[in-house]
Design a protein around this ligand. Structure first.
Ligand SMILES: [Zn+2]
Length: 304
């Protein structure tokens, strides 16, 4: 199975293991608050990222000295599920963040845990790894974080504003709260901040490519429009010339107009600029335009 854009961004983020204990604790906090279930009766983290799955046990060991009660087999395909069901372990994890295991209705981002800048980044990395995704820029611009806790969504919004300088948009979706960005430059900033500069570059490249394609398309459309105008005008001039010749008026034309007639007849598809250069002596484009308009006008009025 080909790895998704989101998957490769997560892979990139997982290359950097937190070395400080404060950051390991903060990263696990982000994971827990944005994972599938973080409750007194059980913790469940589901991911499709092999790299995140490899990192999880190490992180939990470092932060709490706790192992998962259920881990996926090394070679499992599809979704990977990690669980902790042991009451003592859950209690230890909850109390590491100052939560009472009996009262988890009020889960929120405990500020001391994300006080330092290093820990803010670690927290958001964890949140993205467990509950985030980024769309392939070829399909659209979208990055999001999803949590089941409303107060966490609110607090994470302020945290992202603090570190990125822009507040994400917020929405609620069945069973969850979503924070998201849709502007390509914000997605780039976000990915860079999370430690995925290559994915960020992927967004920038996709954007440049799109802009270039748009420019080329616009130019083509523009050329087409111009070409059809040139063809229409030339057709009108050729009709006028035919009328003038049929009425035997050609010989009575002034020398300048005779030249214009012969040049147009010999070059039915030439532009004004090209015809102007064929005049003897060469004239300007507006002057050429004037001569041809004069011919059309004479044919319509039937006079010289
Ligand atoms: Zn830290």
């Amino acid at each position: 199975m080909a790895i998704s854009f989101s998957g490769s961004a997560k892979e990139e983020i997982c290359r950097y293991n937190p070395t400080k204990n404060c950051c390991a604790l903060a990263e696990c906090f982000g994971i827990l608050l944005f994972c599938n279930s973080f409750r007194t009766d059980g913790i469940r983290i589901i991911t499709e990222s092999r790299e995140f799955a490899g990192l999880l046990p190490k992180l939990f060991k470092k932060a709490f000295g706790v192992a998962f009660d259920a881990e996926p087999e090394g070679d499992s395909a599809g979704k990977l599920i990690f669980q902790i069901t042991d009451k003592d372990k859950i209690h230890r994890i909850m109390s590491a963040y100052g939560f009472d295991a009996k009262d988890t209705l009020s889960l929120h981002i405990n500020l001391p845990v994300v006080e330092d800048d290093c820990c803010k980044a670690a927290f958001l990395k964890g949140a993205f790894l467990a509950g985030g995704s980024v769309t392939d820029p070829a399909k659209g611009y979208h990055i999001e974080l999803t949590t089941t806790h409303s107060s966490v969504a609110r607090e994470c919004n302020s945290l992202m504003y603090e570190v990125l300088g822009v507040e994400p948009k917020a929405a609620s979706r069945a069973g969850g709260y979503v924070l998201y960005f849709k502007q390509s430059d914000m997605i780039t900033d976000c990915l860079t901040y999370l430690g995925a500069p290559l994915a960020a570059m992927g967004i920038m490249e996709a954007k440049l490519e799109k802009e270039l394609n748009n420019k080329v398309n616009r130019r083509c459309n523009c050329d087409d429009a111009n070409t059809s105008k040139v063809v229409e005008a030339a057709q009108e001039q050729l009709n006028a010339i035919r009328v003038l010749r049929e009425r035997g008026l050609f010989d009575k034309l002034p020398e300048k107009l005779k030249q214009a007639v012969m040049a147009r007849e010999a070059n039915p598809e030439a532009s004004l600029t090209e015809l102007a250069a064929l005049m003897e002596p060469p004239i300007s484009k507006p002057a050429m335009n004037h001569r041809l308009k004069k011919l059309v006008q004479m044919a319509q009025e039937g006079t010289l």
